[in-house]
Design a binder for this molecule. Sequence first.
Ligand SMILES: [Zn+2]
Length: 136
Amino acid sequence: MGSGDYLTCSSNIVVNKDLSATVTLELCKVCYKSMLTVTSDPREWIENVTHNRARKAGDIIYKHEIDRHLENGTTPPNPTKGNLILEYEIPVVVEPSTDSVYDDPVATELQAEKEKTQQLEVRLSLLESTLASLIS
Ligand SMILES: [Zn+2]
C-alpha cells in the first residue's frame, strides 16, 4: 500500500486553435483494470470528474465576474455564464505562494479548491493502490 510507483499511465494535452484542449490519457493495464472495478465506463467517469471540477471553478468565476460587473456598471452585451467565464482574466502568478496571490478572492477560493483537489487526489491514489493490491 501507499506508493503508486507501479502505475505507468501517461497523458498529453494540446491546446487547440479555438482555445479548447485535447487531452489524451493512456491508462496503464493496472489502472484500467482498477478503474473497471470503480465504473464500467472509465472514459465517462474521467469526463465527469473534469466536468464537476470545472463546473465548481466556473461557478466561482461566474459569481466573481457578476459581482465585479455590477460593482463597476460594466455588464457586457451578452453576459451568459460561458461568456463571462471565457472573458475572466486569470490572475498572473509571478511567484507561487506569495501573499499578493491570496488577496484576490477568486485566487483564494481557487487555491482552496486546488488544495481540496490535491487532498482528494491523494485519497484517490491511496484507494487505487489499495484496490490494486486487493486484485493482484
Ligand atoms: Zn496507471
